[in-house]
Each structure stands twice: as C-alpha cells, then as structure tokens.
Design a protein around this ligand. Sequence first.
Ligand code: ADP
Ligand code: MG
Length: 279
Amino acid sequence: MSPAATERATRRVAVASAKGGVGKTTVALNLAVALAARGRQVLLCDLDPQGSLGFSLAKGDAELRGLAELLMGEATPETAVLETQLPGLRLLPRGALDACDACEFEQALFAPGVLDGALAQLERDDETLVLDTPSGLGLVTRAALAVSDFALVPFQTEPLALRSLGQVLRVVEQVQARENPRLKLLGILPTLVDKAGSDALDVLGEVWAGFPGVLESILPRAEAFVKASREGVPVSFLAGPDSPEARRFEILAAESELLMHRLTGREAAHAPGPVRRLL
Ligand code: ADP
Ligand code: MG
C-alpha cells in the first residue's frame, strides 16, 4: 500500500494538468490564500523545478530555501518552510536550484517515499497541503499524485484542450489504480474562460456533457490575474478581497472544502442532515 494510504489528519491537493499556461500556479496560490482566509491551516508547496510559484510570489526567489535544500539535507523542516503575512498560510518554496540540476531534482522527488517523507516531515495536523506541479504529466506530477488525496485539474477552456484533459484524467486513474488508492479527482476547473468569446460556451458545454467531476466554479479570463502574477501577489491582495476575481476563489475554496468532506465521507460526521421543511 502506498505511503499516502496511511492515516493522516491532513489533506493533500495536487493541482495538475497536461498543459502549461492553463492556470495551475494561479489556482494553487489563490486557492491556498482563499482556504487560509476561511480559517484553514494551509501549506502551499512549490514542486515545479521552474519554481513558478516563487516567481509569482517573490520574483527572484533563488535565495529562498525550500524543498531542494530539504531533500539535500541542507535545511530542516523549520528552515525550509516560510510563514507568510496571511495567518494560517505557510509556504514551501522550491528552493535554490540551478537549471542544470532540474533533472536530478525531478528524479529525487520521483524516488519511492521521498516526496511523501518530505511532506510528512513538514505537514501539521489538520493542515491542507496545496501542491503546485510542473506542466505535463512527467515524474514530478506523477509523484505528486502518488502522495495526494485529491487531484484538482485546471482546464483551459478552449477546443484543443479537450484532448489533453482526457490524458490527465487517465493518469489520475492509473495512479489511483496502481499506486495510490486514496487519490480522488476533486474536480476539473474550467479556467481562462473568455466570456466574450463564443468558443468558450461551446467548450464548456462539451466538458460538462463529456466528463464527470466538472466543478461548479469557473475562472474567467481576467487581466487582474496577469497583473497579480506580475506583482508577485495573490489576486485578493492586488484587486481587493471583494473584487470579482477574489470572490471566484472564495467560491472555489468553499466548493473544494465541501467536496473534500463529501469525497472522504467526513461530511457525514460534521454536517447536520438536510433540512426537509422550511417552516
Ligand atoms: P501554469 O502554472 O498552468 O503554467 P499559470 O498559473 O502560471 O499557468 O498562468 C499562466 C499565465 O496566465 C500567467 O501569466 C497568469 O497570470 C495568467 N493567468 C492565469 N489565470 C488567468 C486568468 N484566469 N485570466 C487571465 N490570465 C490568467
Ligand atoms: Mg505553473
């Protein structure tokens, strides 16, 4: 049985897709912020050898210690993780990594037990881990799925993306069957939805009709996300917590929490039964 199948009080959510530029890093960062704003304890982890989360947050993050140092024994769990300005949100940066060492980093993370062991050292009771993965279905993404409870799959709402959506879902199923029976699809999240374009509605229709597990939440294409990544801040910090873009993530966080409860059967223990009468 995989290490992820042992009992943990934490939840790990891997944000994964076959394609790049579909909004994985944007989703991982802003979902982590929104969950923390709802009072959750969250550890946001950058598993991308390109360190895109670090770029989206700290710009030149080459000096930040993180996962790379933890793997090499050059950082402790305490020094690898950063507290953030937002109560409840901690960050595991990728760490300093020369582009030439990216391959070794990927192979190290893929080695049996390594990623699971690293995360187990860091995570706190009842924490939600959000794992940002590199684009593509390579070693790191598979390793992340192998140690996660949930896969969240951003889907760029355009016709050509439908094919790669099938690919990532097949990989999720394969990892679940072979390595990690605990893994569940949290959902497919339509991103970069161009509300002005007629294509987007057609593609949304196809996704809703053809794939199970499409979330109610969608993320429209909005300039605020581009500006926020450029400034190195979550969208709620730039556009304000009441901006439409930040509200989208509040809704996504609420939907994700509900689904995590449902999919793990925890809801029954906490939620009262449905109310059958209004008066
Ligand atoms: P990935 O991690 O899948 O490669 P990113 O999250 O880095 O994708 O997003 C790629 C680019 O698209 C970034 O410049 C980001 O700011 C932008 N972006 C992401 N989501 C949106 C959105 N909903 N609307 C507009 N731009 C977006
Ligand atoms: Mg990314």
